[in-house]
Design a protein around this ligand. Sequence first.
Ligand SMILES: C[S@@+](CC[C@H](N)C(=O)[O-])C[C@H]1O[C@@H](n2cnc3c(N)ncnc32)[C@H](O)[C@@H]1O
Length: 265
Amino acid sequence: MDDAVDLNRKHWDERAAYHPGTDYYDVEGFLDGGTPLPPEAREEFTPDGNLLHLQCHFGLETLAWLREGADEVVGVDSSPVAVEQARDLAKRAGYADRAEFVEADVLDVRLDWTFDAVFVSFGSVYWLPDIGRWAETVAAHLADDGTFYCIELHPVTHSFVEYAGDTATIGWPYFADEGIEYEAEGSYADFDAEFEHTHAVDFPHTMGGIVSALADAGLRIEFLHEFAWCDFQKVPGMTEDDAGRWWADVDHDLPFTMSLGARHG
Ligand SMILES: C[S@@+](CC[C@H](N)C(=O)[O-])C[C@H]1O[C@@H](n2cnc3c(N)ncnc32)[C@H](O)[C@@H]1O
């Protein structure tokens, strides 16, 4: 397991250095007042008070919540490069006095504060070998009646490699009981990017596993929504809309994104 964590950290260190310069993340657009948050997230979740972002990457979404009502934000990520980039972005955006970034594993971290809101977004839960410990981290940091909001790739998406027309090619198992090692060429933010660390380990979790872990940790689930769009081009043949959402050009709808709202206590 340590090997997988170490492997994945190298994978993310390299991508965290590269991602801020990509069109996908559009950092300049954010500095000019744009938002990386999809419309659905801004409609479904309105933070006030302080917010904790688990697996914050280089802090773009974390900082974006300061423009949506959060007073202060804290981001946690296990990649030292991501945390360094996040602190730098906070300074460039003029938010350094309202944003803090902590290098830690979300499965182990226990900060001294609780939060009015905890946020998790795309590409997070399937890097974690223990979904129960993740849910406990969420619960441990939520104030009484605090809100949890997660917008993430739909777990079923992990079973897709490719589809076109009415043909779907099933890749990974939905009910995986161990990590899956694979070659991760490029990045969702730039498929042509070349990286030294291409090996990674994913830990797929089922929808039931995620929801039940949160309920077991003491959260009250308030909604669970499913969407036909993805936040990147997950499979060939998708087209992007003005809000940066990718839609599959097929006759049938398949779920690419899920959002979950929950309350503590
Ligand atoms: C796909 S990125 C999240 C992207 C984010 N939604 C965004 O677009 O900015 C996944 C992040 O999870 C972090 N990560 C992976 N495993 C972690 C762990 N166990 N603890 C903390 N962070 C972790 C990686 O370093 C990486 O920055």
